[in-house]
Design a binder for this molecule. Structure first.
Ligand SMILES: Nc1ncnc2c1ncn2[C@@H]1O[C@H](COP(=O)(O)OP(=O)(O)OP(=O)(O)O)[C@@H](O)[C@H]1O
Ligand SMILES: [Mg+2]
Length: 221
């Protein structure tokens, strides 16, 4: 299937945002099934903010985000936006946001229950976290929490994955294994991946690569 034959999963048009000062302007993005897109850029350039805007979490100052056939998601009633996020969007946060008082297993189970999907035991094995699944999240290492958080997102079977520094706490071999699983997932499920990272090798694995610099998104590949 090529781009002209499939529906765009994510379309962002002319996005601008600012907090105390302007972050970026005129950001345009299109993402189709089986595609991945990486954004690199200096710390503080606005990568996480852009990811939050594209992933239903933060309305931009200007511009339109359309996701999974829903035009202008921030014009939707709040309930519809929440439903879209819950049912079809998978977000791997830079700071994980797991339920810290619960076990790793319970965290993945919540996603499985909500999505009415089974837990993929092979994936848990592959991520090297089977032996820590009974532990409380607050007792896990940063890298273990990161892998639980990615396993939780894949368990949900989202149509689009937004991942903010998903391998920031992982050694290179573990990072490769985990990201291999994510790339395989988007191919097998006609899903898409929007990735923010400081890891240039990982960024280069993506179909599109951009640098966020001087308030604009510059294509690098
Ligand atoms: N909710 C907020 N209120 C005010 N300022 C914010 C808010 N969130 C982010 N910022 C500011 O916006 C800028 C961009 O932040 P952002 O987290 O998007 O950067 P980043 O490119 O992801 O950085 P890093 O690589 O360090 O994760 C920073 O200067 C940050 O302090
Ligand atoms: Mg960030």
């Amino acid at each position: 299937m090529n781009r002209s034959q499939s529906h765009c999963l994510l379309e962002a048009h002319s996005i601008s945002h600012a907090f105390d000062y302007p972050l970026f302007d005129e950001v345009d993005i299109k993402l189709y099934p089986k595609e991945s897109l990486a954004v690199v850029g200096k710390s503080g350039s606005g990568k996480s903010t852009l990811l939050h805007i594209l992933s239903t979490l933060l309305p931009p100052l200007k511009g339109i985000v359309s996701l999974l056939g829903m035009c202008d998601i921030y014009a939707l009633p709040q309930k519809k936006l929440l439903l879209l996020r819950r049912e079809a969007v998978g977000i791997v946060f830079q700071s994980h946001y797991l339920f810290k008082g619960f076990s790793a297993k319970e965290n993945v189970e919540v996603a499985a229950l909500l999505a009415k999907e089974p837990i993929d035991k092979k994936l848990i094995e592959r991520f090297g976290i089977a032996h820590v699944m009974q532990k409380r999240v607050s007792d896990l290492s940063g890298g273990e929490q990161q892998r639980v958080s990615i396993a939780r997102v894949l368990t949900k079977k989202p149509k689009i994955i937004f991942a903010d520094e998903p391998t920031g706490n992982l050694d290179s071999a573990t990072a490769k294994e985990v990201m291999d699983a994510v790339f395989e997932y988007i191919k097998e499920h006609d899903a898409a991946l929007f990735l923010v990272t400081h890891d240039t090798d990982l960024a280069k694995r993506c179909y599109h690569l951009y640098e966020l610099k001087e308030r604009r998104l510059h294509p690098l590949q």
